[in-house]
Design a protein around this ligand. Structure first.
Ligand code: BEZ
Length: 388
């Protein structure tokens, strides 16, 4: 090496180490792609609140680095999802994507994240494909697959003696997959789904379908609705008098974060979900106290827990690489092997990146979805089509 090339190499090394030192001082860029408007607006807010609560509990840092937030309102609109994802990935150059609620939007977000090799933490959307055919080493979910809570309801309903069921939901991935999961669990246990009813997302003109249910007279109804649509559905079901003759069951989104608005119409409803009120564990009690302090007018719900746990999972990954997000493989490996001490109870991730978790049977009592029992212990999504 000549003195000239040695000097040039030294200068390059100094410049590189200066830029690395600078990068280590920079905040981690977290991009929230969530709904802040429309029927799922409250769900997006709760996820963000939960995520930030955990970060605040760590003194505002993850993996030893400050956190900077970037936000896009995805409006639960799949048609706008590629452009919204690109805003965070290309314009804001985020290190990690966090989102979203709607399954259709989440599938587009997953594709964008995989194309850009940006780590994605799915904080609600249950689209089975995300941890099925679309699974990837950089794709993680801290919520559920649509199959999980719905499948768990099947044996519960059959054990209550119900032989026939009608399903009703929005016609999109979340509704279709929840219904398919329920059918699988119910028919395996001896029941029969006699009719599937649906309407387009996010319509709430339930009346004609409720009239059809009354005419069909099944033993029970299984449903998937969430957010503002769930509030209206439960109210309309009771107003039509159906709650007196045909018991209504659902994935727990039907009554999570909605009880204040649903009022008496929700009382006594049975649902299955990976979170419940009244778990009364030290971990959950601490979470609920902290959430209540930070957001005095909001009940801690499943969405807040999923956001909180996404930050916990990211912390595991960032701690493993001392905050160096460029070490993606090591960070992701640590995340895949994590055991999360969640307010819902401990969970691990499957190979496909989906929580292996308890599903609770809950009953609405006042403003609470009270845990009655564990309907399915450490239930793993079948991850059909994932080739990891
Ligand atoms: C979904 O689209 O996957 C979804 C939306 C709200 C609650 C649960 C699932």
């Amino acid at each position: 090496m000549t003195p000239h090339t040695r000097r040039a190499a030294l200068a390059a090394a100094l410049a590189l180490s200066a830029s690395l030192a600078h990068a280590a001082d920079d905040p981690i860029k977290v991009g929230f792609m969530l709904p802040y408007s429309g029927t799922y607006a409250a769900l997006g807010t709760a996820i963000e609140n939960g995520f930030k609560l955990y970060v605040d509990e760590q003194g505002g840092k993850l993996g030893g680095r400050e956190v900077a937030y970037y936000k896009v309102d995805d409006e639960s609109n799949p048609a706008k999802a590629p452009e919204n994802a690109s805003r965070l990935i290309k314009r804001d150059q985020v290190d990690v994507l966090v989102g979203t609620v709607h399954s259709g939007v989440a599938m587009a977000l997953t594709k964008a994240a995989k194309d850009a090799d940006t780590t994605l933490l799915v904080t609600n959307a249950g689209a089975d494909a995300i941890t099925g055919p679309m699974c990837g080493l950089g794709v993680f979910r801290t919520s559920f697959s649509n199959w999980q809570p719905a499948y768990a309801m099947g044996p519960v309903a059959a054990k209550k003696g119900h032989k026939t069921a009608v399903t009703i939901t929005w016609k999109y991935a979340a509704g279709d997959e929840a219904v398919a999961g329920f059918r699988e669990g119910f028919e395996k246990s001896g029941g029969k789904v006699v009719k599937d009813l649906s309407l387009p997302f996010p319509n709430v003109e339930f009346q004609p379908l409720l009239t059809e249910i009354a005419a069909l007279k099944p033993d029970m109804v299984f449903t998937f609705f969430a957010g503002g649509g769930a509030v209206k559905f439960v109210q309309d079901y009771a107003a039509a008098g159906l709650n007196k003759s045909i018991p209504l069951y659902g994935s727990g989104f039907l009554t999570d974060g909605t009880l204040q608005a649903q009022g008496p119409s929700a009382q006594g409803l049975l649902t299955t979900l990976h979170y419940a009120d009244g778990l009364d564990t030290p971990r959950d009690n601490a979470f609920r106290a902290a959430y209540g302090k930070a957001h005095p007018n909001m009940a801690p719900d499943v969405y807040a827990v999923q956001g909180y746990d996404a930050a916990q999972l990211l912390q595991v990954g960032l701690a493993a690489v001392n905050g160096d997000v460029s070490r993606k493989a090591a960070m992701r490996q640590a995340m895949r092997g994590a055991a999360i001490d969640s307010p819902r109870g401990r969970f691990t991730l499957s190979k496909a990146g989906n929580p292996v978790q308890d599903i609770y049977l809950r009953q609405v009592d006042g403003l609470q979805n009270k845990a009655i029992e564990v309907a399915a212990r450490q239930l793993a999504d079948p991850a059909r089509g994932c080739r990891l």
